[in-house]
Design a protein around this ligand. Sequence first.
Ligand code: SF4
Length: 430
Amino acid sequence: MKTFYIESLGCPKNLVDSETFAYIIKRSGNQLATDAEDANHILINTCAFIRDALTELDDILSYYATLKQAEEIAGLVVTGCVMNRDAEEFIRCYPEVDAWIPLKDFATFERYLQEPVSNCRHRLPLDQVSYSYLRISDGCDNRCSYCTIPSIRGGMKSMPIPNLYAEAVMMAEHGAKELILVAQDTCNYGLDIYGKKALPELIVRLHEIPQYRWIRVMYMHPDHFELEWIDLYHKYPKLLPYFEFPIQHCCAHILKKMGRIKDGNEIAALISDIRNAIPEAVFRTTLITGFPGETANDVKALCRFVQDTKFLYAGVFAYSPEAGTAAIELPDQIKPSTATNRKYKVLNCQSKITESLLEQYIGKKLPVLVDEIEPHDPDTVGGRAWFNAPDIDGIVMIGGGNPEIGQMVEVEIADLIGLVLVGRYIRTLE
Ligand code: SF4
């Protein structure tokens, strides 16, 4: 029997594949370890989105290759996005790897485990979690000029609604209370298989699953969101008014070169329309600084945009020129150090906004989903309010009450420390 540790790198969309690999490992009679030290086999599910991810992978592979050489582990398997980007180079450098499994090729992995082939998307959570990601489509039909995803993961392939419903039910049975819809472009879900955007139909169906308290939709491309969907947020109470629009920039000449359609004014109008219809709505975004042709004035405009738009959270990334993308060929490339300085400038503007928006919750009572309890200190309990997506937004630290992971509790917010809300347990909401 093999005991696998899965090193799941990259984004939540990759985590969904890792959980499928976990299911296959368990179903084939093998075991899973939550720590690498307890495993005799390692499966690395890679991310190859940007050069930094490949550098990180190189470090991780070199570590496990050393363990393999020292016979401290018996098997080393690599899969994921790297198989469609720079795989040959990695294969050449790491002969210690026993199997290189193509991206999402679960059947080949099963053969590696000497088990019968199946095309299932059963999953087993890698950890005890209160939430579950549901990857509704994979790949992308957009052609943002800086992005390698379409060349790595191919065009968008949506999963049919009945399959997604069955998968969501299965994850609810493992204890998830929050369902988080992810894809490269969730707004375009269904175009390939239904000939129309089918996100509303999917949400209506998933809303029926009783165990879920919250449904959150991530990665909503601002060019593809339909204003008529606002009604869904009124009709379906589990659907959180949390809007993640990865807008990337606000300046028209940059957005155009990025291959995006809406300019800053149109994006601001979209957000304002949503706010008028749903006053409690919160917005998160991602931004890129240092894109070719960006000027110091553009950065000032971006800071102003962030201040005016009042995103609750924003991830800001320095532009990374990636081989094979159109953007790498553009004139007026920006020095990486300048792109990084600009990133911190924008992050600084954003953190003040985040802080002032979070302060408004002090003194309020909020439902909070308990995510984690520090094993060595059961009094340290972390959860999330509805406006916190896991891992990328802030958390709520809960004092008292000894709640359990997966419970929804009412918390009275007493303080804001950094960007962490701190509160007192009031009662369990079930
Ligand atoms: S929407 Fe653009 S940035 Fe996002 S995955 Fe597709 S091509 Fe890449």
